[in-house]
Ligand binder design. Structure first.
Ligand code: SF4
Length: 219
């Protein structure tokens, strides 16, 4: 099947299986960006704990910017890689403050999406996935972040050959306006059914579309 047709069919089936999801605004864009940086290579629970600790210790981004770096590191320790993350968050806050005069990303709402995306990618340590998350979740713009679950699932489904950046391979295939829902549905599929080990292919709503050798891993 043509890959664009196939992904459209996948989007439909996952909507039927998991139910529709509508985009809703996530509030503060800078919080979304910092939360995304804290979520890299760690669990949602650790990210949420680290973010909550950061906000409790430093209620404003100004305070995060002006605090001793070691204190910021200590506060987000639970997220792992805390030195690297603290340094990155501080560099980003510095850059925003220097360039915009205030610690806010609200100006992105007034830019054309391509420009907002390009600006995000110019921030230290912000890659395709992080920029796409801010664009999609924060601005409702048609970007498709690819995380570890989506990489695995789309590879098994034969939508990506594992070479190059999966954003390049997958974004053009996603039906316009379905980015948000499909992103969340593929992650859910990856967590609950198409698990890294022991995928539950027998109960998968995509099994007849999937060339991956069948698995029926332990429940
Ligand atoms: S059939 Fe199996 S390998 Fe293919 S998408 Fe479903 S769970 Fe994953």
């Amino acid at each position: 099947m043509d890959p664009a047709k196939k992904i459209r069919e996948i989007a439909e089936r996952l909507r039927r299986h998991f139910g529709p999801i509508r985009w809703r605004p996530r509030g503060d864009l800078l919080s979304l960006l910092v939360g995304t940086i804290l979520s890299q290579n760690t669990s949602d629970i650790n990210r949420d704990r680290a973010f909550a600790a950061l906000k409790e210790r430093f209620p404003t981004w100004e305070e995060v910017l002006n605090a001793p770096l070691e204190e910021v590191e200590r506060t987000i320790r639970g997220a792992g890689l805390y030195r690297q993350r603290a340094k990155r968050i501080r560099e980003i806050l510095h850059r925003i403050k220097e360039e915009r005069g205030e610690l806010s990303l609200d100006f992105l709402r007034d830019l054309p999406p391509e420009e907002a995306h390009k600006w995000l990618l110019s921030l230290p340590g912000v890659g395709r996935k992080t920029a796409a998350i801010v664009m999609l979740f924060g601005l409702g713009a048609p970007y498709f972040p690819v995380d570890t679950h989506i990489k695995r699932v789309t590879r098994r489904l034969g939508l990506w050959d594992g070479r190059g950046d999966p954003h390049d391979a997958l974004a053009p295939l996603v039906p316009r306006g379905r980015e948000y829902e499909l992103h969340l549905h593929l992650i859910r599929l990856g967590r609950e059914i198409c698990r890294p080990r022991g995928p539950r292919c027998r109960e998968c709503p995509l099994k007849d579309l999937c060339p991956f050798p069948r698995g029926d891993g332990p429940a």
